[in-house]
Design a protein around this ligand. Structure first.
Ligand code: MRU
Length: 356
């Protein structure tokens, strides 16, 4: 079996173990490989806010398990009123991060299940559903990987941003799932990974995943992307695709993803290369008309003013720290989901995909 089919399986950001939730602490990867055990819903919400777990699908899966933990306590405390009492916990989870719609998808789905539950052991039912959400996400990613790889015709270099890998999902990854699948078919010569300031998901997480799978990876500071795309066109290793994940896709195909993604889409169009978004349908928000309605998380200025906890900015300087941006659908060549590929996305094509 090729190495890459073994390694991604060993990267497990979320594990349900001994009736509790273990999260791989992504803030300290790759230096340390440490799991944090969470036993109450407030800690689960905080782990999402604080980036112990991150990446839209991984956040949704974590929330589903967090709701199991919350339900266990509420049911034990008061079996008569637990269905009402748990609303406070669902709200607590909903406050953890605003942009990734997978979080709200998981909360809404579990809320509906809870409403209809009428069994002796509701916790066992909720746990089996959370596990199913987790397994379904991995299966979706494998499908997305295969479909996305089919779009890459000639062997080329690709560029990715942030981390949309096994760590950001139930496993395997969305954008990195496409890259894994394409690499196994000998379609990828090099993966350029933006380092992704300020959390360095590219440098710490994407590079780590690629190295473990023996996929050649070169890190770039974000500002190098335009230059590398341009000069690579004249070499044997041209960057032909930018491949990213998404935190929320509006019903017209506008795509929210890690800050810096929009700039890459503009670059892709200018240089005549392709821009692919790989995401499960749980990332598509049919309730909003376009990207203007996507709430963009703005994180603490200290994340920009400091580097690895060391102050680097001039005293007195302020900072803005939007964590995501929105790429207009018109700049997207393909949205690849487990239900199929949407080329040149628009509202009609997304609707057709979702009712399919
Ligand atoms: O702030 P993060 O690390 O949660 O941002 C993650 C991203 O932007 C990913 O690209 C996105 O969630 C897709 S993950 C499959």
């Amino acid at each position: 079996m090729p190495t890459q089919q073994i390694q991604y399986d060993s990267i497990k950001p979320i594990i349900w173990k001994d009736d509790n939730l273990d999260l791989l602490d992504q803030r300290i990867l790759p230096a340390e490989h440490t799991y944090i055990t969470l036993t109450d819903v407030e800690s689960v919400a905080l782990a999402i806010t604080d980036m112990v777990v991150r990446g839209a699908p991984a956040i949704g899966i974590t929330a589903a398990y967090g709701i199991v933990i919350a339900a266990r306590k509420r049911f034990a405390d008061n079996p008569q009123s637990w269905k009402e009492d748990i609303e406070a916990d669902l709200d607590c989870l909903a406050q953890s991060r605003p942009t990734a719609v997978n979080l709200f998808w998981a909360i809404d789905m579990m809320r509906e299940v809870i409403k209809g539950l009428n069994v002796a052991d509701p916790i066992a039912t909720l746990l089996s559903i959370a596990k199913q959400v987790h397994e379904d996400d991995i299966a979706a990613n494998v499908k997305i990987g295969a479909l996305g790889a089919e779009l890459i015709n000639d062997k080329c270099a690709v560029l990715t941003h942030c981390n949309a890998g096994a760590l950001a999902t139930g496993g395997y990854g969305t954008a990195l799932g496409v890259i894994r699948s394409a690499f196994s078919k000998d379609k990828i010569s090099m993966v350029y990974a933006d380092e992704t300031r300020p959390w360095l998901q590219g440098a710490r997480l994407t590079a780590w995943e690629m190295v473990q799978d023996d996929i050649p990876v070169s890190l770039l500071v974000e500002g190098a992307a335009a230059h590398m795309i341009k000069i690579s066109q004249k070499t044997d290793n041209p960057i032909k695709w930018i491949i990213v994940g998404s935190d929320r896709i509006a019903s017209n195909g506008d795509v929210a993803n890690k800050i810096g993604t929009y700039a890459l889409a503009v670059l892709a169009r200018y240089h005549g290369i392709k821009f692919m978004v790989a995401a499960p349908t749980t990332t598509i928000d049919m309730n909003i008309p376009d990207g203007d309605a996507i709430p963009i998380e703005e994180r603490a200025a200290s994340e920009v003013l400091n580097f690895a906890q060391n102050k680097v900015a001039a005293t007195g300087a302020q900072a803005r720290n939007p964590a995501f941006d929105v790429t207009p659908a018109a700049l997207v060549d393909a949205i690849v989901t487990e239900k199929g590929v949407v080329l040149q996305p628009n509202a009609d094509k997304i609707k057709a995909l979702m009712i399919n």
